[in-house]
Design a binder for this molecule. Sequence first.
Ligand SMILES: Cc1cc2nc3c(=O)[nH]c(=O)nc-3n(C[C@H](O)[C@H](O)[C@H](O)COP(=O)(O)O)c2cc1C
Length: 195
Amino acid sequence: MNEYHHFLRTRRSIRRFNPDPVPASVIDTILATATFAPSAHNLQPWRFVRIQSDSAKEKLGEALMAKMRGDMEAENASQAKIQERIAVSLRRIAEAPVIILLCRDETAIQKDEQEEEIMGIQSVAIAGLQLLLGAHAEGLGGNWICWSLYAQEATKKALDLPKSWLPEIIFFLGYANETPPNAVRKSLENLRITI
Ligand SMILES: Cc1cc2nc3c(=O)[nH]c(=O)nc-3n(C[C@H](O)[C@H](O)[C@H](O)COP(=O)(O)O)c2cc1C
């Protein structure tokens, strides 16, 4: 196995960061690398929001937590459990050295067809992976967080995003303060057929 495969296989989700700041130039490099992802018709539907200020973090947290609270109440979770989950989530937002919200521009589509929309979503997801790999190349850890998908309109409104930008993925990035356990992967033998 050559070093590139080793590099790809050693990217892991990192959820705890040390507080060291990440230079802006490093973040720029990572985002620029993400834009080299392939995309359907080369439409490049990805858009990036760097959430840096305390006030922006607070607005993001409020938008996401309102939805989280509503969902947990609908599932009859206890108030104590809701409070605990929200406190942990808000702390993660507050402490994340870098937060990137990856959006899809819903106008970056060739035809108004469901398949084209799916291709746009697929393209943004690939840019998301490329972003995580770019972070890995810079010695940073990162984590893909799906919260914004459950609160797209609230997130858009809270951050006053352009109308056509749909929040899809949140990334927390920073220098790792944990060593994740070994990657758990299903055996390829159970995942493929040859025909
Ligand atoms: C579509 C998607 C959604 C994810 N959502 C979350 C999330 O909301 N919170 C989280 O901690 N990790 C999330 N993850 C990270 C996965 O849990 C992680 O990739 C998986 O457990 C494999 O671990 P690894 O990335 O270290 O290889 C998500 C990953 C993907 C691709």
